[in-house]
Design a protein around this ligand. Structure first.
Ligand code: S3P
Length: 454
């Protein structure tokens, strides 16, 4: 990997004696993807302010350009000097790309784009990096085939590359075996382009950013009380809608976790997204005894925002399972890290989905927590972590998994330090993460600033 400021090979994180600060995290990954993808098929032009300039969301923009969408990215064009993306909607009709669409590391790009492309009478091929090419795609290929899309891919369409010939779909009533916002969104995005009512059923509720934006664009949606059944009426004329992206809830979680497990910390994160499908981690942290204050709650452009203040806390272990899991799915690695600093046992169950994220996060957490001297037991569907072990400084491998890299950094900042190998992968969801550690008083040395790998 090249040594740029944003992507060091190695980050040497030291134990921080005292942490204080107020910060903002970059824009939400899920909402940025949706703002670009969904406005691409709408009528009119939309701006997406505070768009996340992370590698995943940039992959989405490149795919859209290849599909004939006029997209501009201005790194400082939004109020406050934040990034602005402008998308000129193609009024329901994407162009056939002359080359495969490279989704990079981004599962959201591939799975949501699959839904968009299935509704289009064009031929498309989607590819990704090694991690994405090993992640399950049958979960979106199955419902899209049921709707009539012709799809082929590796292992019968279970793995990327995936080729889609779409158009002329039939509405379906689909029960997903997994509680996945990506699957739900894929079905809804195909359904909104299809005559009739398409229904997406899930075993548990998940983030509803797609539903909010589709409604704002003029589609008719109905959702049941617990959010597990969503129906979309096809055939609406989707209107372009400007989006103001909140700070990413999942990125804010690193600072909240860090402040709570550190003995002398107070960190405020401003303008954080508080979509109910994303707030599971705050609930878990509070249940553990975490001192997290929610201030200034408000709704901006259809999504809830708040400022969060987290302080040093006396924590106890917790059992996590059931319906909170999809609402905290990307923060479960952090729950395991927080468990290292809590009294007693922390147990995460019902989370087999962690095995098919950017890495097998159950295996990678088990391996790296052990390396740090923590007591951890891998389970088929989760982890057990026993708090209170005296941690050791270690060099940890991330296998290119951004969330693992940043979760390990949190452990190092509150514990006795850690060398995070392949730290640059954080740029997938959080450009500037390593540098921002310094803004709250943490110490980090980066290989692109002269630290050598031990
Ligand atoms: C996402 C949904 C989640 C999450 C991912 C983003 C989304 O995946 O892990 O980082 O934007 O819809 P699943 O829906 O597959 O659990």
């Amino acid at each position: 990997m090249s040594a740029t400021l944003a992507s060091p090979d190695i980050a040497r994180v030291g134990k921080a004696p005292r942490l204080r600060g107020t910060l903002e995290v970059p824009g939400d990954k899920s909402i940025s993807h949706r703002g670009a993808l969904m406005n691409a098929i709408a009528h009119g032009t939309a701006t997406i302010d505070n768009y996340l300039p992370g590698a995943d969301c940039l992959s989405t923009l490149e795919c859209l350009r290849a599909l004939g969408v006029e997209v501009t990215f201005d790194p400082t064009g939004a109020p406050g000097g934040k990034p602005r993306v402008t998308v000129v909607g193609r009024g329901g009709q994407l162009a056939e790309a002359i080359r495969p669409l490279d989704c990079g590391n981004s599962g959201t790009t591939m799975r949501l784009l699959a839904g968009l492309l299935a509704g289009q009478p064009i031929f498309s091929v989607m590819t990704g990096d090694a991690s994405l090419s090993s992640r399950p795609m049958a979960r979106v290929v199955d419902p899209l085939r049921q709707m009539g899309a012709r799809i082929s891919g590796r292992q019968g369409g279970r793995l990327a590359p995936i080729a889609i010939e779409g158009g002329n779909l039939t509405a379906i009533d689909y029960q997903s075996p997994v509680a996945s916002a990506q699957v739900k969104s894929c079905v809804l995005l195909a359904g909104v382009q299809t005559e009739g009512i398409t229904i997406a059923r899930s075993p548990a509720a998940s983030r509803d950013h797609t539903e909010r934006l589709l409604t704002a664009q003029g589609a008719k949606l109905e959702t049941n009380d617990d959010g597990t059944v969503v129906a979309v009426h096809g055939g609406a004329r989707l209107q372009a809608v400007d989006v103001i992206v909140p700070g990413d809830t999942s990125s804010a979680a690193y600072w909240l976790a860090l402040a709570c497990i550190h003995p002398d910390a107070e960190i405020t994160v401003q303008n954080v997204g508080m979509n109910p499908g994303r707030t599971g981690f705050v609930e878990i942290l509070r249940e553990m005894g975490g001192n997290v204050e929610v201030r200034n709650e408000r709704v901006v452009a259809g999504e809830p925002f708040a400022d969060l203040v987290a302080r040093s806390s006396r924590l106890k272990g917790v059992k996590v399972g059931g319906t909170v899991v999809p609402r905290a799915i990307d923060e479960l690695p952090l729950v395991a890290i927080v468990g290292l600093f809590a009294d007693g046992l922390t147990e995460i169950r019902d989370a087999a989905e962690l095995r098919v994220k950017e890495s097998d996060r159950i295996a990678s957490l088990g391996r790296e927590i052990s390396r740090l001297g923590g007591q951890v037991e891998e389970l088929p569907d989760g982890l057990r972590v026993l708090g209170g072990a005296s941690l050791e400084s270690a060099a940890c491998e991330t296998l290119g998994d951004h969330r693992l890299a940043m979760s390990l950094a949190v452990a190092g900042l509150a514990g006795v330090g850690v060398d995070v190998i392949d730290a640059g992968c954080a740029v997938v969801s959080y450009p500037g993460f390593w540098q921002q550690i310094r803004s709250v008083g943490g110490t980090v040395a980066l290989s692109d600033e002269g630290v050598d790998r031990a």
